[in-house]
Design a protein around this ligand. Structure first.
Ligand SMILES: Cc1cc2nc3c(=O)[nH]c(=O)nc-3n(C[C@H](O)[C@H](O)[C@H](O)COP(=O)(O)O)c2cc1C
Length: 322
């Protein structure tokens, strides 16, 4: 190789290195190569996407909610499309924490991406049991406590809408968890700031927000709800402005890192959340109509950083006041 060629090589790798540095962020000690993750429940156990996208390029993803024991979920119809979004009442169908550790994690370990185990229970004891099982798993970066699922008859929503109950569970989970603890907030509350403060004071290392908003759609011919469960969780572009507002409010209330979620389908959407105060983002519903949305978002974020000569890190919470 000539001196010229090797000089070009070196300068090319310097450009690549700086591109990588521009996108990198960190959440509670977890290093993400970029801020883009798949959202819980919309990304399966990651493996379902392995043939569709390059999982190695992803900042990370959050698994389907894992409970101590497998759950069958609700009876169909469990999903219905609405204006700018969708309603779901899956009811936390999952393989259970043990099967995840034994069957899914060994396959996931060959991918260079951060795996966040989303945890769900019907009582504090259920949550702790699931965490204890997951503690045995190798290759989990953090836990994300779902205290906010609206689609089950008991459990999550009761804990998630009471700052006191949420703080109590967070305290116990923090003690049981051998990994960083992210708590996922419900938007179905009067004051998201109060909830966030209580959970952070109880020991959460990071927060993710938001989960779905309780909604309903009715078939005007049968006059029955479209969903067998009756109500469901609204997600997709329709909820984005609410989610951005909540991230902005929580960012001004607590100092732990935030993961923004809600209607993100492009880098422009992701940037709104990051500028509002999120360190990273999760993409949910958009994966259903465009499985490559996470990859496109990463590429577009890199373009944005190049065009604006900036880094993700310096954009976090950089919103200008009017
Ligand atoms: C079909 C479906 C299943 C979901 N399951 C879970 C879950 O198991 N645990 C959880 O914390 N959030 C779950 N969510 C909520 C998403 O992770 C996300 O918070 C929400 O959909 C908002 O993001 P989006 O508008 O990008 O979809 C689910 C959402 C959908 C649409």
């Amino acid at each position: 190789m000539s001196d010229n060629q090797s000089a070009i090589r070196i300068s090319q790798s310097a450009i690549e290195a700086s591109a990588i540095e521009r996108l990198a962020v960190e959440i509670a000690g977890i290093k993400l190569k970029n801020p883009v993750m798949g959202a819980s429940g919309t990304f399966g156990y990651g493996l379902e996407f392995a043939g569709l996208i390059d999982l190695n390029r992803l900042g990370g993803f959050s698994t389907k909610g894992l409970s101590a024991r497998p759950l069958p979920g609700n009876i169909p119809t469990r999903i219905v499309e609405t204006h700018g979004g969708m309603l779901n009442a899956i009811g936390l169908q999952n393989v259970g924490a043990r099967a995840f550790v034994e069957e899914k994690l060994p396959l996931l370990r060959k991918y260079d991406t951060q795996v966040i185990a989303n945890v769900f229970g019907y009582s504090d004891e259920d949550y702790l049991e699931a965490i204890q099982i997951l503690n045995d798993g190798e290759g989990i970066a953090a836990y994300e406590l779902n205290i906010s699922c609206p689609n089950v008859k008991e459990g999550g929503i009761v804990i998630g809408s009471s700052p006191l109950a949420a703080a109590k569970l967070t305290e116990k989970a923090r003690r049981a968890a051998q990994r960083p603890l992210i708590v996922k907030l419900s938007p179905n509350v009067t004051d998201i700031k109060e909830l966030a403060r209580a959970i952070v004071d109880a020991g959460a290392d990071a927060l993710s927000l938001i989960n779905t908003l309780v909604g309903m759609a009715i078939d005007i011919h049968s006059r029955k709800p479209h969903l067998n469960f009756g109500t469901g969780g609204l997600s997709g572009p329709a909820i984005k402005p609410i989610a951005v507002r909540m991230v902005y409010e929580v960012a001004s209330t607590v100092s732990v890192p935030l993961i923004g979620i809600g209607g993100i389908a492009s880098a422009a959407d992701a940037l709104e959340f990051i500028i509002a105060g999120a360190t990273a983002v999760q993409i949910g519903t958009a994966n259903y109509y465009d499985p490559s949305v996470t990859m496109k978002t990463i590429d577009e974020l890199a373009d944005y950083c190049n065009q604006h000569s900036t880094t993700m890190q310096s954009l976090i919470g950089s919103v200008n006041r009017n």
